[in-house]
Design a protein around this ligand. Structure first.
Ligand code: CUA
Length: 347
């Protein structure tokens, strides 16, 4: 609420500044224009009609000889006026909306393609070289196409600053595109940690952790995007295994369902779990070792812990061997195991 109040004082008019973030993509201007046009047309007619109702009621109701009987029954000129003018207004709104929508659905051939996979409850952004990031990185002033699908239920991508919103549906691909033309603000003024990057929300209710299905859109300055991609793609080799595991825990969706402080979310906490003997829903029990963790990542519903539901999606094909190892090292470190400082076989 405080943030809304701040942005209201900062951008009092046009009114769209109150609902929308500052526009940061090329198509955003068209969206804002149409939104404002419809808003002000509605405001104009609302004020006009209410004012006339008040004036006529006050002026003629108490007239001598007043009766409930209508005296005027038909006026062709008046009826034509109030039919034809709105018809043109509505046709214009339809046309502007139609062309805007077609533009949103038709990416240019040169667009840079990023695959988007939604799953309960995180986003994966897959770049052309196979690198997967939890955030969407894009070059400035270049058209970017998102090819999106879901691993489970319907999600929806919404990037308010770009005025882009599209459902993400299992079993099919949906597409959306934009050209970012502004860098993200480095400080959004909230005083929190969420700096650097435009907000990306899941905007289709998808279950318990829907509200934490968030990502950032990071815009890279011209000419620096490819360098970033190369650097980012090699990060894990240069990161100590348990530290890498912690990053994967935060970025690849584990954190939505597994706590590291002993509290229970949709899945068991990771704190102190390594090496323990845990009961399963089948009535048997299992020792939490490397093999069990690995199986739980790739085939999570094979051995479900007692007291939990089989809701975890499989990460088969979505985590590389080294990434699985890193997560195992992180879980071990949460039980006090000493993880190595570097990967043993770095080429
Ligand atoms: Cu995914 Cu809401």
């Amino acid at each position: 609420l405080l943030n809304s109040a701040n942005s209201l004082t900062a951008t009092a008019l046009p009114l769209a500044g109150f609902w929308f973030r500052e526009a940061a993509s090329e198509n955003a201007g068209d969206v804002d224009f149409l939104f404002n046009a419809i808003l002000w047309i509605c405001v104009f007619f609302f004020v006009l009609i209410v004012a006339m109702m008040v004036v006529f009621t006050a002026r003629y109701y108490a007239r001598p000889g007043h009766s409930a009987e209508h005296t005027a029954h038909h006026n062709n000129a008046l009826e034509a006026t109030w039919s034809i003018i709105p018809l043109f207004i509505v046709m214009w709104i339809f046309g502007a909306g139609y062309w805007g929508y077609m533009n949103l659905r038709t990416p240019p051939d040169s667009a840079y393609e990023v695959q988007v996979i939604g799953k309960k409850w995180n986003w994966s952004f897959v770049y052309p070289n196979g690198y997967i990031d939890a955030n969407l990185h894009v070059p400035i002033d270049e058209p970017v196409k998102l090819v999106m699908t879901s691993d489970d239920v319907i999600h929806s991508v919404f990037i308010p600053a770009f005025r882009v919103k599209m459902d993400v549906v299992p079993g099919r691909y949906s597409k959306v595109w934009f050209t970012a033309n502004k860098m993200a603000p480095t400080d959004d003024g909230s005083g929190g940690e969420d700096m650097g990057g435009f907000d990306l929300f899941c905007t289709e209710y998808c279950g318990q952790q829907h509200s934490s299905m968030l990502a950032k859109v990071i815009v890279h300055e011209s000419g620096t995007f490819q360098d970033w991609l190369v650097e980012a793609s090699n990060w894990i080799d240069k990161t100590p295994p348990a530290v890498a595991g912690e990053r994967l825990y935060k970025e690849r969706g584990c954190a939505a369902c597994h706590s590291i402080d002993g509290s229970t979310k949709a899945g068991p906490t990771w704190k102190g779990i390594y090496g323990t003997e845990e009961p399963l829903v089948s009535g048997e029990s299992v020792t939490v070792d490397e093999n069990y963790i690995r199986e739980s990542i790739l085939n999570p519903n094979a051995k479900v812990r007692a007291g939990f539901k089989p809701v975890m999606p499989s990460y088969q094909g979505q985590l590389k061997e080294r990434e699985i190892d890193a997560i195992i090292w992180y879980i071990k470190s949460l039980s006090g195991e000493q993880a190595p400082d570097a990967w043993p076989d770095l080429p």
